[in-house]
Design a protein around this ligand. Structure first.
Ligand code: NAP
Length: 293
């Protein structure tokens, strides 16, 4: 007799880069008997089916989650609440509901309110992705070798954490459990601030009057540093607003650092600059797996 899959039916709401890749992984690794994709656009669903990301697609969230024992919400964090509100009443009481959003505290609160007394929600955030988005951007094995945060509160049942952990491990990820607020502080520093800086660097460049003439001088360093500014605008608007306080705290820290640099440059303080750059260089070279450039 064949082993039964971890989930009988998975509903993935939003079949873009992350949802589509997860749909592919669930199917490819035999983790779900069926993967149902949910999107407003039937053509996107058909494309997701052709690409092997889902078994079938529906446009109505309530219809999509009916009969599913796993519900994954993979839309921009600003749409999470509206999407879950449309699906909530149709979610099976014993289903595990999760998400992949880049912010966890706001999503946790919205899920607890909308699912109160019903299905269990455990937030997730795969630290994997690219600056591409949409159904065509979905990749097989996107989560192989990646880190995935499973977001837990004191009220999160152990069985649900164990089930979600099993899922992420089965698609090749290493799981770390974290409280939602801790996740948001950490990601503000390691992901959200760098994206804001990349957008600002590009805008600084774009505002230069001789920009067209300068483009050919935008070499490796500039391109490395700004690659993520090609990311989706709606997704990053939502992340910046949903993680406002930790992000503002990181922006304050960054402004302090810029202030120190500015002062050293203004006062032609070569010693301070050399010390500052040298320290930063050592920290950068010590980052695991990235010691060499
Ligand atoms: P994406 O490629 O743009 O995919 C989002 C999908 O959700 C799109 O197919 C979009 O359809 C669909 N969608 C939007 N609103 C919807 C709604 N109301 N109902 C149903 N479907 C809807 O974005 P993504 O990069 O996969 O991001 C999805 C989530 O993953 C976000 O919360 C993000 O924070 C998180 N995340 C992203 C990354 C990354 O590197 N990109 C990494 C980790 C986590 P349309 O295209 O038709 O709008």
């Amino acid at each position: 007799m064949e082993d039964s899959p971890l989930f009988q039916r998975a509903a993935v709401i939003g079949v873009g880069l992350i949802g589509g890749s997860l749909g592919w992984a669930l199917r490819h690794h035999g983790l779900a008997g069926e993967v149902v994709g949910v999107e407003p656009d039937m053509a996107t669903l058909e494309r997701a089916r052709q690409r092997g990301l889902i078994d079938r697609g529906v446009t109505d969230p309530a219809a999509g989650v009916t009969g599913a024992d796993l519900v994954v919400i993979a839309v921009p964090v600003g749409s999470f609440e509206a999407v879950l509100a449309r699906a909530a009443a149709a979610i099976e009481p014993g289903a595990l509901v999760t998400d992949v959003g880049s912010v966890k505290l706001s999503v946790q609160a919205e899920a607890e309110r909308l699912l109160e007394g019903g299905p269990v929600f455990v937030g997730g955030h795969p630290i994997a992705g690219t600056e591409e988005s949409g159904v065509e951007a979905a990749l097989g094995d996107l989560f192989q070798g990646a880190l995935c945060v499973v977001s837990v509160t004191e009220a999160t049942p152990e069985w649900a954490v164990a089930r979600l952990t099993t899922l992420w491990r089965a698609v090749g990820s290493q799981v770390v459990t974290m409280a939602p607020a801790e996740h948001d502080r950490v990601l503000a520093a390691t992901s959200h601030l760098p994206h804001i800086l990349a957008f600002a660097l590009i805008q600084t460049f774009a505002a230069l009057p001789e920009r067209d003439r300068l483009e050919k001088f935008a070499a490796g360093g500039f391109r490395d540093l700004t690659r993520i500014a090609a990311s989706d605008a709606v997704m990053w608007r939502d992340i910046a607003l949903a993680n406002r306080d930790p992000l503002l705290a990181m922006l304050d820290d960054f402004e302090n650092q810029l202030g120190m640099l500015r002062q050293a440059i203004e006062h032609a303080d070569g010693g301070a600059l050399e010390h500052y750059f040298g320290e930063a260089r050592m920290v950068r070279r010590g980052l695991s797996g990235r010691g060499k450039q």
